[in-house]
Structures are given as C-alpha cells and as structure tokens.
Write a protein that binds this ligand. Structure first.
Ligand code: SF4
Length: 283
C-alpha cells in the first residue's frame, strides 16, 4: 500500500478480516440505508459550508433540507444497484434487517438534524477549510491521507458526527483521528490548530440535539499515531487478518456483517487458500 486513510486504519482496528476483504481483495461491501443517510447529511453540510466560505451565507435551511432529500434519494438508487451487485454476499438476515429500516423515518430524522444544526451550530461557525484533502508522510513508507471535514476562522477543527447513542467525553479523549487532524492542520496551515471540536447531531425517536466536545489539543501525540500506523501496516504486510470478536458478538452476526458469508468461507478454506482463490478472481 502506498497510502492509507484513517478509515482504513480504523477498519483494521475494528475488524482485520473486514480490512482484508475490503482493501486487500477489493471486494464491495453490501450497502446499508443508515450509511447512505449519514452520507447524505455529510454531503449537505459540506456543500453548505463550501457555499458559506464563498458568500459568507451558505444555504438557507429550507434549501439545505431540499439538498439533503435529493442527495439521499440518489444515494438510495445507488443502494439498490449496490445490493444487486453484492447479492452473492448477502444473507437473508442482513436483508431482513435492512427491510425493517424505514426510509421515511430516516428522511424525517435528517430534516430534524438539519433544523437543529442550523439553529444552534451554524451561526457560530465561519468556515475556513472545507473538505480539504491532506497527505502526511509516515516513517512506515505510506502516506496518511484523508480530508478535513471543516475548520473555522478561529482556528478550530470541526469533525461532524451523527449518532443515535449519547456520546461522552471519552469519545474525544480516545479518538486518534483528532491527532491526525491536528497534524493535517499543521501541514496545511503551517501552525497548530487552537482547538478541536467533535460536533454531534444526536438523534432520538422524536428529537435531535447538538452535543459538542472540545479540546485544545488531542490526547494522542504524533509519535503514538505513527507507532500505531507502523504496527497496523506491519500486521497487514504479514497477512495478520484474524477475527478478533468474541463468538457471541453482534458485529459478527448474519444481520449486521455484510461479509458474514466470506467470514465462513475464510474459516473453512484457511487464509492461504482463500487469498489464492480471491486474488485469482481479482487478477
Ligand atoms: S464476520 Fe466478524 S470478523 Fe468476519 S468480517 Fe464480519 S465483523 Fe469481521
């Protein structure tokens, strides 16, 4: 690998097998409606702040909502195509779980999130960098690449998240992505950021609210991040792709893991045979 993103690193941390299927063997993961919803919201705020950077106003809340609905609608068309493309991987249970997810409810939730964000957060932010790409060389001979969601004119890095679970301060203390953003900011702006904020839109059944956690600097330093990247890249180089979850873990279930079938196939064939089979298919 010549470069690695934070998403790829976190995929390895959460599930090395998943990393193997997705990034070594290049397999597509079956899509989820919830991911498409998160994507549509992310695109809406990115577009808004990009506009706001240009004209200092950005979108009106009504236009932002229309934009969100439109992006979500086309993401759901892609969802149908991706379901078709990955159908050989999909279990009955995964499909049944997806069918229980009500798209209208997702739209309503998204609209509530946009309302609350525009009311409470948007007036406080004058954007500076929006979706700015970065590449940081590492001692492991790979570039660490990614995009900053947004930074503001006060020198604060903002990372936006949507969640259904109430976040806590631990989430920011343990987040190595913040250290990566700090490095990226320094590379792009030639100075350290004044602070880093995680801006959550927290959804409940009938409500949405903003929860923000802010720190002046990340808990992890550059050396810790580089050490972790080196460990992961070393493990990848040596084909270390174990399932690390306990047998009863919900993440390793037919409902939730889009790669469940491959997981079984890998168990049966063993890594060497499995890799040979799929490397040939890929070639
Ligand atoms: S079944 Fe478990 S170990 Fe295998 S890819 Fe899915 S989450 Fe990872």
């Amino acid at each position: 690998m010549k470069h690695v993103s934070f998403t790829q690193l976190m995929t390895y941390v959460r599930c090395p097998e998943h990393f193997l299927f997705r990034y070594i063997l290049g397999m597509k993961r079956p899509p989820g409606k919830a991911q498409k919803h998160g994507f549509a919201l992310h695109e809406t705020f990115a577009y808004h702040f990009d506009q706001k950077k240009k004209d200092s106003k950005g979108l009106k809340v009504r236009d932002a909502k229309e934009f969100f609905v439109e992006v979500f609608r086309s993401a759901l068309q892609e969802y149908e195509m991706e379901l078709e493309e990955t159908k050989s991987l999909i279990t009955r249970e995964f499909l049944a779980k997806e069918k229980t997810i009500d798209v209208n409810q997702l739209v309503a939730t998204g609209l509530r999130g946009i309302d609350v964000y525009f009311k409470e957060m948007n007036p406080t932010i004058i954007p500076d960098l929006v979706e700015e790409p970065f590449a940081i060389p590492t001692p492991s001979n790979v570039d660490l690449v990614g995009r900053m969601d947004m930074t503001d004119k006060k020198g604060i890095i903002h990372e936006m998240k949507t969640t259904r679970r109430m976040p806590n301060a631990q989430d920011i203390n343990l987040d190595q992505q913040l250290a990566i953003y700090q490095l990226a900011y320094e590379k792009l702006k030639g100075k350290k950021a004044k602070g880093i904020a995680k801006d959550y839109i927290v959804f409940s059944k009938r409500d949405a609210k903003i929860v923000q956690f802010k720190v002046s600097k990340p808990f992890f330093d550059k050396n810790a991040v580089m050490r972790n990247i080196a460990s992961i890249m070393n493990a990848v180089k040596h084909n270390v792709f174990y399932c690390i979850h306990p047998a009863e873990s919900w993440v390793c279930s037919k409902e939730w893991c889009g790669f469940y079938r491959l997981h079984g196939e890998l168990r049966k064939a063993g890594l060497a045979k499995f890799m040979a089979r799929y490397m040939i298919k890929r070639a």
